[in-house]
Design a protein around this ligand. Structure first.
Ligand code: BEZ
Ligand code: FE
Length: 289
């Protein structure tokens, strides 16, 4: 095609893609190019501005390895990870949320009623609840993948002082769908902001904080894995999450319990759990199979 203009280039791109082997891929890439072209035209993007954008993407490679992915962080901080999650989530059941970078495969088994806290820094927290399907039947056989940061704000992968699986676990619920464990109360923390995604936050006058949360992937037989996270309702960053992960149905009261007898039986029997203790109830409803 010759004699392209700033307007006709968009149709030219679509024409070049007319023989794409996949219709869906053609739709997505032609749409993406069309939005980018409109963005450049509407904002009269300068060469220096486009060079800066390419420079940020180039620099992202330096911050990406098998432990960190700066491109996913851009997606998270731009709200795209959350948007993709929200438009693909089931309309019923416990809402899903973003995965984040700290999930690990093959975390150690934690017995139901077990302890992740082990007296480490921070305030102990007892979590208990039940997993049921949309009709209230217990979801026996469900495995919960759990991970969170420690009381010092660090995930195990960021904290050389602890084992690489600290505060990571897999717990199989009881036949009635119930589960309980003790852990530390997670704390709010900043996402890694020393790379180009952090530069973008600073250019926008934004902060890097996430409200405290407990991550979970619910693996229930016959259901797609549900990736989600739960937030204490008193966290000051609930309405300012850097990665847009908070959903109303994922915000929970964290109560101070002073009566040991009010704890789930397996945890009430554990004398090493100091009282009073924080407690949260997480009742999970599976989305339709
Ligand atoms: C997290 O929840 O751990 C997280 C999510 C997105 C980006 C960075 C961290
Ligand atoms: Fe997290």
């Amino acid at each position: 095609m010759r004699n392209l203009t700033p307007t006709s280039i968009t149709q030219a791109f679509a024409d070049y893609a007319r023989d794409a082997p996949s219709e869906r891929t053609r739709t997505l890439l032609v749409g993406l190019a069309g939005h980018l072209h409109s963005f450049v035209r509407e904002n009269k993007v300068t060469q220096a501005e486009w060079d800066a954008a390419i420079g940020a993407l180039t620099r992202a490679t330096e911050f990406t390895d098998d432990k960190r992915n700066e491109y996913i962080l851009f997606s998270d901080l731009l709200g795209v990870s959350s948007l993709v999650d929200m438009i693909n989530t089931a309309g019923s059941g416990t809402p899903s949320s973003v995965l984040g970078p700290f999930h690990i495969e093959g975390a150690p088994e934690l017995p139901n009623g077990g302890d992740l806290w082990k007296g480490q820094v921070g305030e102990p927290l007892v979590v208990s609840g039940r997993v049921t399907d949309g009709k209230g039947a217990p979801a026996a056989g469900t495995v919960l993948a759990l991970w969170q940061n420690g009381g010092n704000g660090l995930y195990a992968q960021q904290d050389p002082a602890h084992s690489p699986t600290n505060y990571h676990a897999r717990l199989t619920v009881a036949d009635d769908g119930s589960f309980a464990f003790s852990t530390v109360r997670p704390v709010s923390y900043t996402v890694p902001d020393d790379g180009p995604a952090g530069d973008m936050l600073r250019a926008l006058g934004r902060h890097a904080w996430r409200p405290a949360h407990l991550h979970m992937i619910v693996h229930a037989p016959g259901h797609r894995p549900l990736i989600t996270e739960f937030f204490p309702e008193d966290d000051k960053y609930l309405d300012a999450d850097a990665v847009f992960g908070v959903r109303a149905g994922l915000v929970l009261p964290f109560r101070k319990v002073t009566d040991r007898g009010a704890l789930p039986a397996a945890l009430a029997a554990r004398d090493s759990l100091p009282m009073p203790v924080w407690a949260a109830t997480i009742d999970l409803t599976l989305p339709p199979a």
